[in-house]
Design a protein around this ligand. Structure first.
Ligand code: MN
Length: 391
């Protein structure tokens, strides 16, 4: 008999799906949260030692690390397969294999590594449908889907959250063993479309609820939201690129998620300051007393950011005619360029500062004045007044 302990996200569950295709009734799969795995491993070492143990997409604590090595040295069968950088030190054991990058510019996921392992050891007959599925999971789990705009990968993860794990498993096993290629069926396409519409409306609403504040030297966009953190963090980050990161507050669970779209910002450091952690682009922490003061109390009185006008034909960013912004005090900010240098005219006065790109100039007025791009009508009126006053 074989036991597989794996993560309960798409990457981890897909390892379970592959194991069930490879071993059928011979394998017993259990899905775990990051914190739940060690209990399961300890239980295995107490009660299940006659089985072969696979651990995928997760790694164990020091005590289990020691006990697994002992288990292995005394003839036990165990194989740990993971792709997280933080687990690289497990490579010193014969029973563990940690691979972060499959090849240059191609990150590994647990599912892609496990698939390769099963095929290489003759447990699984490779197929196009499986290879296509594994690649979607890999791209989702490593965020490569974003760069590649691989929406099927994103939709696969959305589907994973729309149905129960049991149902997802059953559907995928049937599809991967019964079809030549991996595809969503008509019903799935329909519910995925509905889900996308729902997320879009949710994000549109949140875009109007965001406030900005400088917290510990970085500019944060702060929003209250219980759902769709990845999509929300990404969309808000792109809508307001002058912000260093987005902090998503969950009052019910007393937690904060941090997301950034910027390569020069590391939100695992931001979370670390409040006792949390995570990745450079996505992290989280508990809402400590200090975090509560900074993100909740410190920002409750603030007014929401105003969105840039979206349907303009004339007043657009980086235009050679200039771009006009305003703020809540009714100041006018006119950004224009000459000879590769960008300047800002605030009301009647041109600022001393010189900017080397439009983005820098815009960032300045958005950070310091919470300004937004005005509608075409106001822009045209502004230009007419300018002509009049000059003529
Ligand atoms: Mn993973």
């Amino acid at each position: 008999m074989i036991k597989l302990l794996t993560h309960n996200d798409l990457d981890g569950v897909s390892c379970g799906i592959l194991a069930k295709i490879a071993f059928g009734k011979e394998v017993h799969v259990r899905y775990n949260s990051v914190s739940g795995l060690d209990r399961e491993v300890a239980w295995f070492l107490e009660n299940d030692k006659d089985k072969m143990l696979y651990i995928t997409d997760l790694s164990v604590n020091e005590e289990n690390e020691k006990n697994l090595e002992e288990f292995y040295q005394s003839g036990g069968k165990v194989q740990l397969i993971d792709h997280h950088k933080s687990a690289l030190h497990f490579n010193e054991y014969e029973w563990a294999s940690i691979t972060v990058e499959e090849e240059e510019d191609k990150l590994a996921s647990a599912t892609s590594l496990f698939y390769e392992h099963l095929v290489r050891n003759g447990h699984l007959q490779p197929s196009d449908a499986m290879a296509e599925y594994v690649e979607l999971v890999r791209q989702y789990d490593t965020w490569e889907w974003e760069r590649n705009e691989n929406w099927a990968a994103q939709r696969l993860n959305a589907l994973f959250f729309l149905v129960s794990i049991d149902e997802f498993e059953e559907k995928m096993i049937e599809r991967l063993t019964g079809s030549e290629h991996f595809q969503f069926d008509e019903f799935e396409k329909k519910i995925l479309d509905m889900e996308e519409d729902k997320i879009e409306r949710y994000i549109r609403r949140k875009r109007r609820e965001i406030v900005q504040a400088e917290v510990d030297g970085l500019f944060a966009g702060i929003v209250y939201a219980e759902s769709y953190h990845s999509e929300l963090g990404n969309e808000l980050g792109k809508e307001y690129p002058h912000l260093d990161y987005i902090a998503i507050l969950m009052m019910g669970s007393k937690r904060i998620s941090f997301r950034t779209i910027h390569d020069d910002v590391d939100v695992s450091e931001v979370a670390g300051h409040f006792g949390g952690g995570g990745h450079a682009k996505a992290s989280g922490c508990s809402m400590t007393e200090e975090a509560y003061k900074k993100f909740v109390t410190g920002t409750f009185h603030l007014e929401q950011l105003h969105e840039d006008s979206k349907r303009n034909r004339f007043n657009v960013k980086e235009s050679s005619f200039g771009s006009l912004y305003t703020n809540r005090d009714d100041d006018r900010f006119f950004i224009s360029s000459a000879k590769g240098e960008w300047r800002i005219k605030q009301n009647d006065r041109v600022m001393n500062k010189i900017f080397h790109s439009f983005a820098e100039a815009e960032k300045f007025i958005k950070r310091n004045h919470e300004a937004w791009l005005v509608r075409d009508e106001i822009f045209v009126q502004y230009l007419m007044e300018l002509v009049k006053s000059e003529g």
